[in-house]
Design a protein around this ligand. Structure first.
Ligand code: MLT
Ligand code: ZN
Length: 474
C-alpha cells in the first residue's frame, strides 16, 4: 500500500480508537511482530488496540475498505507463529489486550461472559471467586487471552476430563471481515437452530473473523484435589497406571501428564527453585491430578491405594503426594516449565501430535528411533497430556550442533515424526494449531474434500483474504 494511503488509513483509525489505541513507533510495535519462540521476526507499521467491540468493528470496516490485512493477536503465546505479521510490513496487528472486562459470572447458569482480552488466569480466578471452576488450564495461562485460546481451540492439562476450549463455548461475539458484528452471546445449553456458527470461529485462528467476547461453560469447583508425581518404570508402565486409575475412579481423573528424564533434567537445571520431590531422578515421570466436587470422596486414599499397588507390581518406583497447596503448585511447576526450560537449553523443534491413548508408548519409541536415525545426537524430549493422547514430541538440538543449523532441519524432523503419527492414526497438530509453521502439511493431511470445504468457507467469510493471511490454509 502506498505510504500516503497508509497514513490516511492510520489517521482514520486514530480518530476512532484515540492515542491509547494506536502504536506506530517501532520501539512500541516490535514486541507484537515477533513470536514467543522467536521463529518469526515480522514487521508492522501499526498495532491497533481498540478499547471495545464497537471501536474494533470500525477499525475492521476501515481496513476492509483500504484492503489492508489484519493479524489478530491475544497474548502472543502461539507455538506455531499464529499471531505474527509478515516480514514485508504490509499487515496491521490488531491487539485485543485492552478489551478485558469480565461481563458476568453466573453460578446458577454455570456460565461466564467475558471480553476476548481477559487472560485465561484472570478468567479462572473470576470463576473461582464465584465458587465455580473454568476447567481449561494451559502452561501459558497467565499471558494467553480468551480470544486466542478460543481462536486456537486450546487444549491443555484438563482435556482428559473436560475436553478442549471448543467444548466449553456456549456463545461468541465475532467481528467479521467487513466490520459487521455478530452477537451470538447466547448462554443456552440447548439451542438447535441451524448451523453451529460459533464452532466455525473456534480453531480458525483468526482467519474467518475476530472473536471479541465469549460465553463459557463453568463446572462445580472441586472440594478435594489430590496430586502426585511418580517415577515410573517405562512409558508402558505410565499407560498401565493410567488404565488403573481409569478402572478405579474414571470420573476423578483431572490430569494425567507424562514427562521424560531429559525434560525433567532441563527443568531442574534451568528453572530457579525447581526441585525433584523424589529420592532419585528417573527416565520417566507421571503427574496425576484427581479432583472431585463431591464431599468426603477420599481422593487422597484412592491415590495412595492405586499407587501402593502399582509400586508392589513394579510399575511405579517412587511417588510424592502433595501435602499442601504449595506442594501441589511446586509439582505442577515441574511440568509447566518444560517449554521454558527447553528454550533455555537451546534450540528446539516441536511436534504437537496426538495418537489414540493406547498407542502413546509406540509413538514415543518409534518417533525417537526415527529422529535419532536422521540426526544422531538429537535429544528427544517427549512430554505432555498422556491422558488424552497428546504428546509434545519435542526435540532438543544435539549439544555440539549450531542452533540455527538444527532449526534448518525442522521440516525433515517434523516429517519423520509425522510419518510415525500417520501410521498410528494420529494428528500432526493436536492443540497448538496450524499457524504459520504448518500450513504446508494441510494438503497432505486434510486434502481433497476437507481442504476444499475449508477454502470455500474462507472465501465466503473473507473474500478479499484480509484475515490473518498465510495462516492455517496453504
Ligand atoms: C505444554 O503443554 O506445556 C505446551 O503445550 C508444550 C510445548 O512446549 O510444546
Ligand atoms: Zn500442551
Amino acid at each position: 500500500m502506498p505510504a500516503a494511503e497508509m497514513s490516511e488509513l492510520l489517521a482514520a483509525i486514530a480518530q476512532r480508537v484515540g492515542p491509547a489505541g494506536l502504536l506506530t513507533d517501532p520501539a512500541d510495535t516490535a514486541a507484537y511482530a515477533e513470536d514467543w519462540r522467536r521463529l518469526y521476526q515480522g514487521r508492522t507499521q501499526a498495532v491497533v488496540r481498540p478499547a471495545n467491540t464497537a471501536e474494533l468493528a470500525q477499525v475492521m470496516a476501515l481496513a476492509a475498505k483500504a484492503r489492508i490485512a489484519i493479524v489478530p493477536q491475544g497474548g502472543n503465546t502461539s507455538m506455531v507463529g499464529g499471531a505474527v505479521p509478515a516480514e514485508d510490513g504490509s499487515q496491521i496487528v490488531l491487539s485485543l489486550a485492552r478489551m478485558r472486562t469480565i461481563r458476568a459470572v453466573d453460578p446458577v447458569d454455570m456460565t461466564m461472559t467475558l471480553d476476548a482480552g481477559v487472560t485465561l488466569k484472570a478468567a479462572q480466578d473470576a470463576a473461582a471467586a464465584a465458587g465455580c471452576m473454568l476447567p481449561l488450564s494451559i502452561s501459558s495461562e497467565g499471558t494467553a487471552q480468551i480470544g486466542g485460546v478460543l481462536a486456537t481451540n486450546a487444549g491443555g492439562n484438563n482435556t482428559v476430563r473436560y475436553g478442549n476450549a471448543r467444548d466449553l463455548v456456549l456463545g461468541l461475539e465475532v467481528v467479521l471481515a467487513d466490520g459487521a458484528v455478530w452477537n451470538g452471546l447466547r448462554r443456552l445449553r440447548k439451542d438447535n437452530t441451524g448451523y453451529c456458527l460459533r464452532q466455525l470461529f473456534v480453531g480458525a485462528e483468526g482467519t474467518l473473523g475476530i472473536i471479541t467476547a465469549a460465553v463459557l461453560k463453568l463446572v462445580p469447583r472441586p472440594r478435594e484435589v489430590a496430586v502426585a508425581l511418580c517415577a515410573v518404570a517405562s512409558v508402558e508402565a505410565a499407560l498401565a497406571l493410567f488404565a488403573r486409575f481409569q478402572a478405579h475412579d474414571p470420573a476423578a481423573i483431572q490430569a494425567f501428564e507424562y514427562m521424560s528424564g531429559p525434560g525433567m533434567g532441563f527443568v531442574l537445571r534451568h528453572i530457579p527453585g525447581a526441585s525433584l520431590p523424589l529420592a532419585a531422578p528417573a527416565d520417566h515421570y507421571v503427574l496425576i491430578e484427581l479432583a472431585t466436587p463431591r464431599p468426603e470422596a477420599g481422593l487422597r486414599a484412592s491415590l495412595e491405594a492405586v499407587l501402593g499397588q502399582a509400586m508392589e507390581d513394579g510399575l511405579v518406583a517412587d511417588a510424592a503426594l502433595a501435602e499442601s497447596e504449595a506442594q501441589r503448585a511446586a509439582i505442577w511447576r515441574l511440568r509447566e516449565e518444560h517449554s521454558e526450560a527447553q528454550k533455555r537449553e537451546g534450540a528446539s523443534i516441536k511436534n504437537d501430535v496426538s495418537v489414540p491413548v493406547s498407542r502413546v508408548p509406540e509413538l514415543i519409541a518409534r518417533a525417537s528411533a526415527a529422529c535419532l536415525a536422521l540426526l544422531p545426537g538429537v535429544r528427544p524430549v517427549p512430554f505432555g497430556h498422556m491422558g488424552d493422547g497428546n504428546i509434545h514430541f519435542n526435540l532438543e538440538q544435539p549439544p555440539d550442533m549450531d542452533g540455527a543449523a538444527f532449526l534448518a532441519c525442522d521440516h525433515e524432523i517434523m516429517d519423520a515424526v509425522n510419518a510415525v503419527v500417520r501410521d498410528l492414526d494420529g494428528s500432526f497438530s493436536a492443540e497448538h494449531g496450524v499457524g504459520r509453521l504448518k500450513p504446508y502439511m494441510m494438503a497432505e493431511w486434510r486434502g481433497g474434500a476437507e481442504l476444499a470445504m475449508m477454502q470455500r468457507i474462507k472465501a465466503a467469510l473473507d473474500p478479499a483474504g484480509l484475515l490473518n493471511p498465510g495462516k492455517v490454509l496453504p
